[in-house]
Design a protein around this ligand. Structure first.
Ligand code: BMA
Length: 364
């Protein structure tokens, strides 16, 4: 018992000893813009929206999205994933070239859009993918542990990648980074069962600290994104601290019926809305979707019903990889006209709706 207690104390102390946050003026400005956006409604987000869609792939010359093909509007929030950047690869785990991601981010930023990045990092022990749960990687990646040096090399590379994405003034473009998402579920190597909550928090804090201080990526805002949870306590189990989390995120997909999904979404949104109010932070649905959008009026009857008055800043729907794995409608799909209807609501915000006026006219 005694040793358990003192161990806990050590963990708690080390959790708190990171340096105060460093946030660039551009990132602060992004946060302000997100606050203003939230007053108007919620922003529509899509993963890899301009990188590829159903039946097309961006060779670098296009600015196209499946959403735009249907509604005439591009997403306001654009998600990308940097999994495999840590391996020094030229393509991410979904074969999107990292140079394309950098160029798309520049274009999106120029048009006034918002960027959020996830990281399906490979397992540093086995070399397998994020779903490979060999060993206890988090324990080894912490400072003073065997793989910490490797981890620092990873983060140096990632910070370098972010720092190279610059705006027209040569300033790094602000990005919302949400590393090690869905940690409360047992599917990733950083997830439940592979480390304690204290270890996870310490790991997250060290990650933020290294990226922003040691590797100067202070243009980052950070989002915390657990998967489905059933209480406030469960939501906060891995929460690394108010000082380093900017956005309270949640990931939730519809796997079963619309009824149960709607209920879970509603319950969870209430929890993060309350926490957002208490902590004075924005909150967002950082990943969602119904694979193949197999309910033709899903957008208006399920999504909009829950999100319309939820106070979220954005909802990001997952990638349109192929006809058997897509989360946004595409031209000709049975849900396309319903998405069109959703897009007509004035509180559902797209790229042009959130762009600062001077920026959008410059970029045209
Ligand atoms: C998952 C699936 C995978 C993909 C991964 C990272 O949800 O879409 O096909 O590799 O996300 O984008």
């Amino acid at each position: 018992m005694g040793s358990c207690k003192s161990l806990k104390k050590v963990n708690t102390v080390s959790v708190r000893t990171t340096k105060p946050r460093k946030i660039s003026p551009e990132a602060q400005n992004l946060y302000k813009r997100l606050q203003e956006t939230t007053e108007k409604g919620y922003a529509f987000g899509h993963q890899d929206a301009t990188a590829y869609g159903i039946g097309w792939k961006n060779d670098g010359t296009l600015f196209k999205s499946d959403l735009h093909e249907i509604t005439g509007q591009h997403p306001a929030v654009h998600g990308f994933d940097i999994g495999h950047l840590e391996l020094g690869w030229e393509y991410n785990l979904d074969t999107v070239p990292f140079t394309l991601i950098q160029n798309q981010i520049k274009k999106i930023h120029q048009k006034g859009g918002v960027i959020t990045i996830s990281w399906h990092a490979s397992n540093p022990i086995s070399g397998g993918d994020s779903w490979n749960r060999k060993g206890k990687p988090i324990k080894k990646l912490l400072s003073g542990r065997r793989l910490h040096k490797t981890y620092k090399t990873w983060l140096a590379g990632i910070a370098g990648f972010f720092n190279n994405i610059k705006d027209d003034q040569g300033r790094p473009i602000p990005i919302i980074f949400r590393p090690f998402h869905e940690m409360n579920k047992p599917w990733f190597w950083w997830g439940k069962g592979k480390c304690s909550a204290d270890e996870y928090k310490r790991f997250w804090r060290e990650t933020v600290d290294l990226l922003t201080h040691e590797f100067s990526a202070d243009q980052l805002l950070f989002a915390y994104s657990p998967d489905a949870f059933d209480s406030r306590e469960a939501y906060l189990e891995y929460y690394p601290g108010d000082d380093i989390v900017d956005i309270l995120g949640m990931d939730l997909y519809q796997h079963w019926t619309a009824k149960s999904f709607s209920k879970n979404l509603n319950d969870e949104l209430k929890v993060i809305a309350q926490l957002g109010k208490e902590k004075q932070k924005l909150y967002a649905l950082t990943e969602s979707g119904l694979n193949k959008v197999r309910i033709s009026d899903w957008w208006t009857k399920v999504i909009d019903q829950q999100l319309a008055n939820s106070g979220i800043t954005w909802a990001l729907f997952w990638r349109n990889a192929r006809k058997s794995h897509h989360f946004v409608s595409y031209p000709g799909h049975k849900s396309a006209s319903d998405l069109m209807q959703l897009a007509q609501k004035d509180y559902v915000l797209f790229l042009e709706d959130i762009a600062p006026t001077e920026v959008s006219s410059e970029a045209q």
